[in-house]
Design a protein around this ligand. Structure first.
Ligand code: PLP
Length: 387
């Protein structure tokens, strides 16, 4: 066939639910020469990755490393290793990712009890306590910390206490929370977690940082049945990521370079500073929205800093606004999903994307588009509310 022109990616401002913008430093790290997946230089880098991930997750868990694959691979990793057919699992469902966990758990043969909250609201400790009483032998409680589909941040500590009192393990989805707001695995007693690279860590999608507590690892090690996924079996992966360095699958070399560079940037900024930056830009966006009569659609007091669900004002074509932002301004924002489809825009302020400059750029474009779409909006009012 005729050779097509080389693909050329436009420079978008990525203000959706992920991926977020990636720094030049991370992209440059990924254009370095390849080395082999058993090269001593790469092996040393793998050790550094594990150390940096422990620092970012605030954990001493030995079994902390990046699974090859996106956040959903990390989700499957946790369930396939911890769950055997017939196990009882409680899953908090307040958005898309809670539903995905139910699906994955059921595929592992789990007997799933759903604890549901309206989209945009959190899962409460009271709900979990009730579910724990209803289930005879709960093995695992799974919660989405930061629900990217709705913008709800569910507090973890009390749920963790209840879960452990009932003798179960706590699994926490930290895909969107890690690097954007506090995640304290050891302080909170989280037994298993998976995250993703393309949200608040600002690295391209392709790896899923995971961590298992010694207790969770023991559960995976003492299973009666084989882990049904060969690719995600922690017992096999441990021989590659641990001291033995036995070939399991070819690690995505370049992705690991990128994660190394991204984690260096996270730690150089400092976790506290990074969280504060996400908080401040969220609050700035919120006051700018108030100045133009718009509001967020998630539960007050539990709003994510890194994902802002803006309620679509009456009479405005939700799809048209996103289209114009993308085509005329190179800005991507996310659509609502499920019951929130057509009702919200999801504006991500994740990692690199979370800056005052990007907020200004977004707000002036957004206000102009709203005006074009028949909703008179004072851009100056929005921008001066930013300060
Ligand atoms: C994005 C996301 C996932 C899935 O990650 P992928 O990288 O898309 O596979 C899971 N959970 C949450 C909360 C997410 O935001």
């Amino acid at each position: 066939m005729e050779i097509l022109p080389a693909f050329k990616a436009p420079a978008r401002l990525l203000m959706g639910p992920g991926p977020s913008n990636v720094s030049a430093e991370v992209l440059q790290s990924m254009s370095q020469p390849l080395v082999g997946h058993l090269d001593p230089v790469f092996v040393k880098m793998m050790e550094e990755l594990k150390t940096m991930l422990r620092a970012v997750f605030l954990t001493r868990n030995e079994m902390t490393f990046p699974v090859s694959g996106t956040g959903s691979a990390g989700m499957e990793f946790c369930f396939v290793n911890l769950i055997e057919p017939g196990d009882e699992v409680i899953v908090g469902v307040n958005g898309v990712f809670g539903n995905r966990m139910v699906d994955v758990a059921e595929r592992c043969g789990a007997r799933v009890t759903k604890v549901e909250a309206p989209w945009g609201q959190i899962i409460t400790p009271e709900q979990i306590a009730t579910a724990l009483q209803m289930v005879s032998r709960p093995k695992l409680v799974a919660i989405v910390h930061a629900e990217t589909s709705t913008g709800a941040l569910t507090p973890v500590e009390e749920i963790s206490r209840l879960t452990h009192a009932a003798g179960a393990l706590l699994l926490l989805d930290t895909v969107t929370s890690l690097g954007g707001c506090p995640v304290r695995l050891d302080d909170w007693g989280v037994d298993a977690t998976y995250s993703g690279t393309q949200k608040c860590l600002s690295c391209p999608p392709g790896l899923s940082p995971v961590s298992l507590s010694p207790r969770a690892l023991e559960v995976a090690r003492s299973r009666r049945t084989k882990v049904q996924s060969w690719y995600l079996d922690v017992n096999l992966l441990a021989s590659y990521w641990g001291q033995e360095r036995v070939y399991h699958h070819t690690a995505p070399i370049t992705m690991n370079y990128g994660l190394h560079a991204a984690l260096r940037l996270v730690l150089a900024e400092g976790l506290e500073n990074r969280w504060q930056r996400h908080q401040q830009n969220h609050l700035a966006l919120k006051s700018a929205l108030a100045a133009i009569g718009l509001e967020l659609a998630n539960q007050e007091g539990h709003q994510l800093w890194q994902l802002n669900p803006i309620r679509v004002p009456a009479g405005v074509d939700e799809v048209e606004v996103r289209k114009r932002l993308l085509n005329n301004f190179n800005i991507e924002v996310g659509a609502g999903l499920g019951p929130l489809k057509g009702k919200i825009w999801r504006v991500g302020l994740m990692g690199e994307t979370s800056s005052r400059e990007n907020l200004r750029q977004f707000l002036s474009a957004f206000c102009q588009v709203l005006n074009e779409c028949g909703r008179p909006t004072d851009a100056q009012a929005a921008l001066s509310a930013l300060r």
